[in-house]
Design a binder for this molecule. Sequence first.
Ligand code: ADP
Length: 443
Amino acid sequence: MTVNRLYAGYQAELADFRLAFSRGGAYTAIVLVLLGMGLDYGQYPEWQGPFAVARIVVSMLIAGIVVVLYSQHGRRLAPWLTLSWLLLPQLMIAWMIWETDGVASPYYVGLNLAIFASGIALPFGLWQNVVFGGLSYLCYLVACLLHPDGLHPVGTFLVNSLFVLFAGAASAVYTYFNEKGRFQLFRLKEELANKNDELARINENLAQIKGQLLQQEKMAAVGTLAAGLLHEVNNPVNFCLMAIEIALEEPQAKESASLQECLIDARQGMQRIQHIVSDLKIFAYRQPGAEVEGRPFLFEKALDSASRLTAHELRGVRMTRELPPDTLVFGDEAAIIGVLINLFSNAALAMRKAGTPAPAIHTTVVWKDGRLHVNVRDNGPGIPSENLARVFEPFFTTREVGQGLGLGLSISYAVIERHGGVLFAESELGQWAAFSFDLPRAE
Ligand code: ADP
């Protein structure tokens, strides 16, 4: 974050702080100005009446400023309004000094009090504090000069002047360091907030990496299982099929329609097992990171093919796309078309099942770090978070029994993995689901 931006944030926070303190300070000033009648009673009983009137007038003027502080301009004008209400008691004290004993009056102490209070209790800036100290001293000087005795006794005048000026200087120094400390505190707060954001981002990335690692482990386990299964299942399935073919040629089978039907059913069942087994091959012989067998092809063409092949399922679905001018990637074009078909038909099915009002699928394709990143997003029902991590598991499906095998996404995952990429799912339940993957650029 630049210092300028940080400073702007600090100023905004300070403005609120100043406003609140100015209001609180003004109330305190009103109380102290009025309580000062006790001082008048002890020090200048003969002036009690006029001084009381002056105190009430000053209190009312300060109250008027408080009203402005609460208005919509209060925040913007707070520094000036604060300076104004602080100067009112100073002018009043100066007038009292002039009217009574001049240099000999002990009331200059009141001037000092306000100077100290402005530095300690109010979040004044350095220059404001210096101006206030200077103006306070000016009030004192003018009051003494206007008094019939002038600056006499000079010694007392000098001592009192020094006290007022010392108070101004001490208050200014205090304000300077106070301001610095406040800024430092604000900076630390900002840094902490930034660090927290960063940590949240790192956590999110870690969770994603953990998910991907888990997925890879799962797929490796599935690979081992599939390899074993292929070995064990292929042979019996093949000789069953062969036996069925031979049986179908037997005269009894040809004569008995029901026997023939049974054998054809058995053959169909076996062929189905064969298909599933062949789908599992992709897991069994997968080698993460191995060079993908393929050739350069235009991803745009693959997208066209997939859209054409799913045109029937995608009826009524608005298909949109964003593509860069060149989409030449390297890989297994047929397998990638398969992945896209799977993503499109899954989305279409989910949207149809949920009765999505204006079903749409948007495909975004961009180049990033030498790879083509593809995002297929639908506005369907989305995927509940507990399923999000499971959709790539082989045989995970939410379709009715017999409707889907739950192999589509797991096969797609393995295909993308062979291309050195990752297929991952994101979703906001009830809003959208999106699948992303990346492919290598053709050299
Ligand atoms: P199948 O399509 O046979 O169920 P898949 O592996 O292709 O198998 O998908 C697994 C599950 O993922 C689906 O049953 C469905 O619950 C969920 N799924 C996939 N794509 C989407 C999508 N676009 N919207 C909602 N759910 C989806």
